[in-house]
Design a protein around this ligand. Structure first.
Ligand SMILES: Nc1ncnc2c1ncn2[C@@H]1O[C@H](COP(=O)(O)OP(=O)(O)OP(=O)(O)O)[C@@H](O)[C@H]1O
Length: 388
């Protein structure tokens, strides 16, 4: 059977493919920044080397390595149980690794020779439930992050931190009187106020409704960028990851399935699970015949793929173009159309497929249910993987 690399290479030049695959093949996934890069000699803010932790027979984190330059924001994504929180807890010092090392700003904090407790790692932490003290005012919650700072200076810094997250004037309020978004901002101010070397966030936006979430997420990103805080954020939401992070690391079964920029993971997923995580897909099971892969959108050459190799051809709903058909065009019939606001979700029945294709088209001028339409997809937009 052909390897994943061979099959994936069908849709990309070999040199580009090599770039996508190389990080997973290297021992250390180096996470470069899109912001001003640190000097090549500058040590990464966070270095994780061959880190592992099993719970009984479950390898929750399995020999993972990464290096994050100062000021970068990295998102750990993946399905439930993929190991994201365990990796974050290992970095925080809330778990001890079975093997491997964690180094923060050049100091080994977990490893064969050291274990520094969480409170001495110079990290800020922010969790899904925000963990605010209900009996303390907003100001006192933030002051909690500055217990070792002289009182006058601490109050000044806490007020500045609250101003920065847009909560100036709410110092005396209690958590129960705040909205979810405001509580999230208090938690952010408290995590940021000591000026941590590293900020760790576990699902920081998941308790917020959709609209608040978008606003708070953008505001939080702005605060992190402005302060240049190196951040690792765990999320199961691909939108969060793509909007916040310089780099995304997708975990699967305790390992890194792929790492790269949002564009790399979205446009050039290295495997079917990665592709599925970032976008709903139309998936078509087929096979290689006579060095070609037949799809409803046309045949794709598959040199080097063994005869009969089963493959999954994927197409994103937004990559299917619909148009007024002419003689010879591929056609389908619209069996339903659902308004999504600026777009419509269309179910398109086509010959040879048991299930209709899902197509997302602009709402403006979208064809009506029952119509026969032409359809096409640029071959370069098709994703081909070993059968999933
Ligand atoms: N304290 C524990 N004891 C036993 N097993 C655990 C423990 N913590 C995590 N696990 C297991 O380790 C694996 C990874 O869990 P982890 O919580 O890191 O995943 P996750 O990707 O963060 O999931 P979620 O998104 O649901 O939080 C899972 O199989 C989980 O059941």
């Amino acid at each position: 059977m052909a390897s994943a690399g061979q099959i994936i290479a069908l849709r990309r030049p070999a040199a580009e493919m090599d770039q996508v695959l190389r990080p997973e093949q290297s021992d250390v996934v180096r996470l470069a920044s899109v912001k001003p890069k640190p000097q090549p000699s500058a040590p990464p803010s966070l270095l994780v080397e061959d880190l592992s932790l099993s719970f009984g027979s479950i390898p929750a984190v399995d020999k993972v390595s990464l290096a994050i330059p100062a000021g970068d924001i990295v998102a750990l994504v993946g399905h439930s149980g993929s190991g994201k929180s365990t990796l974050l807890r290992l970095i925080a010092g809330l778990e001890r690794p079975d093997s491997g090392r964690v180094v923060i700003n050049g100091t080994e904090v977990s490893g064969p020779n050291a274990f520094v407790p969480p409170e001495r790692r110079g990290i800020g932490m922010m969790f899904q439930d925000y963990a605010l003290f209900p009996h303390l005012s907003v100001l006192k919650n933030v002051l909690f992050g500055l217990r070792r700072v002289p009182a006058g200076e601490a109050r000044e810094r806490a007020r500045q931190a609250l101003d920065r997250v847009g909560l100036g004037g709410r110092e005396d309020a209690f958590p129960h009187a705040l909205s979810g978004g405001e509580q999230q901002r208090v938690a952010l101010a408290r995590a940021m106020v000591p000026g941590p070397d590293l900020l760790l966030m576990d699902e920081p936006f998941s308790n917020l409704d959709r609209r608040t979430r978008d606003i708070i997420r953008d505001e939080t990103t702005a605060v992190l960028r402005e302060s240049g805080t190196t951040t690792v954020v765990v999320t199961h939401d691909p939108d969060d990851a793509m909007r916040i992070a310089d780099r995304i690391v997708m975990m699967q079964g305790g390992r890194f399935a792929q790492s790269g920029t949002a564009e790399e993971l979205y446009q050039h997923p290295a495997s079917l699970p990665v592709a599925r995580f970032f976008c709903e897909l139309n998936e078509i099971e087929t096979a290689c015949r006579n060095r070609m892969i037949a799809t409803p959108f046309g045949d794709i050459p598959a040199p080097g793929t063994a005869e009969g190799t089963p493959v999954t051809v994927c197409v994103r709903p937004g990559d299917i173009q619909l148009f007024e058909p002419s003689v010879g065009d591929r056609t389908g019939r619209i069996i339903s159309s659902q308004c999504l606001g600026e777009t419509v979700l269309i179910h398109l029945a086509i010959d040879g497929l048991d299930r209709p294709l899902r197509v997302v088209a602009p709402a403006d001028g979208a064809p009506a249910t029952g119509r026969t339409v032409g359809f096409e997809v640029e071959t370069g937009k098709l994703l081909v993987f070993p059968a999933g």
